[in-house]
Design a protein around this ligand. Structure first.
Ligand code: ADP
Ligand code: MG
Length: 255
């Protein structure tokens, strides 16, 4: 019988680029309500795997399963509607929007979905966007960005922009959130705020799968952690368990 705690799974997934096997047969399960980490040296295939889970990249072979269903053939926007959502770097046009406009424009099906709707400003937002506004305000408070609600995204620090990317994904009320190095280039203090909030969100039932290069972050926030190298999964376990695996340690030191 299917394991109902497994919310997302890759089954023997392969991705080739020309002759290169970036992901060479990966199976992995992500359990509901966990903050699961994904580590591995540069080129291990982490981003490729994450993109296949999100549907922004097709698989060469294998299956992606979400909430017990085969979603391999679904494009990313259809998976997103089902609650499987990844973050995206803020496109340049979004840097000309305020933080609040960025958040409201991330809500699917709302008028704020269109750039014009968001740009029209608060006086023009429909009543049914009140819920979205309340959600945006709660997220701004949660991540300590409330003072920046009306700042242009382009005027924020790099770390604050990463926060906006995460908050945009959270506006769509994901069941599963996929993050590719959300703390890269972020000041350590802010990185710890992000980690702490992700833990709190996971305690509330959100499932997070996060690629991260910094092992200290994994130690503190992620359990379990999946270790990849050269397109395959070496091991899955707690960071303490992974540190006892010589193949994982070697992949990191050599890679
Ligand atoms: P990681 O995120 O673990 O650093 P990636 O998934 O980005 O690794 O890359 C895995 C391998 O696939 C690397 O050798 C990389 O050069 C290659 N690769 C990734 N994306 C592409 C692409 N679009 N075209 C060709 N090769 C790619
Ligand atoms: Mg990567």
């Amino acid at each position: 019988p299917p394991d109902r705690d497994v919310v997302l799974a890759a089954v023997d997934v392969v991705r080739e680029f020309g002759g290169l096997r970036a992901v060479a047969g990966v199976s992995l399960t992500v359990r509901r309500g966990t903050l699961t980490g994904l580590i591995g040296p540069n080129g291990a295939g982490k981003s490729t795997l994450l993109a296949m889970l999100a549907g922004t990249l097709t698989v060469t072979a294998g299956q992606i399963r979400y909430q017990g269903h085969d979603v391999t053939g679904l494009p990313a926007y259809r998976r997103a509607r089902l609650g499987l959502i990844r973050t995206f770097q803020l496109a340049s046009e979004f840097k000309k929007l305020t933080v609040m406009e960025n958040l409201l424009s991330a809500v699917p099906g709302h008028r704020g979905d269109s750039l014009r709707g968001a740009l029209a400003g608060p006086r023009h937002w429909r009543g049914d966007e009140d819920a979205a506004i309340a959600r945006a305000v709660a997220l701004l408070e949660r991540f300590g960005l409330e003072a920046h609600a009306n700042s242009y995204a382009g005027d924020l620090s790099g770390g604050q922009r990463r926060l906006v990317e995460i908050m945009r994904a959270l506006m769509a009320e994901p069941q599963v959130l996929l993050l590719d190095e959300p703390m890269a280039g972020v000041h350590p203090n802010l990185a710890r705020v992000i980690g702490g909030e992700l833990v709190a969100l996971a305690a509330g039932g959100l499932t997070v799968l996060m690629v991260e290069h910094e092992l200290a972050i994994m130690d503190e926030f992620c359990d379990p952690v999946v270790a990849m190298a050269e397109g395959i999964v070496l091991a899955q376990g707690t960071m303490a368990e992974l540190r006892r695996r010589s193949d994982v340690v070697e992949a990191y030191l050599v890679g």
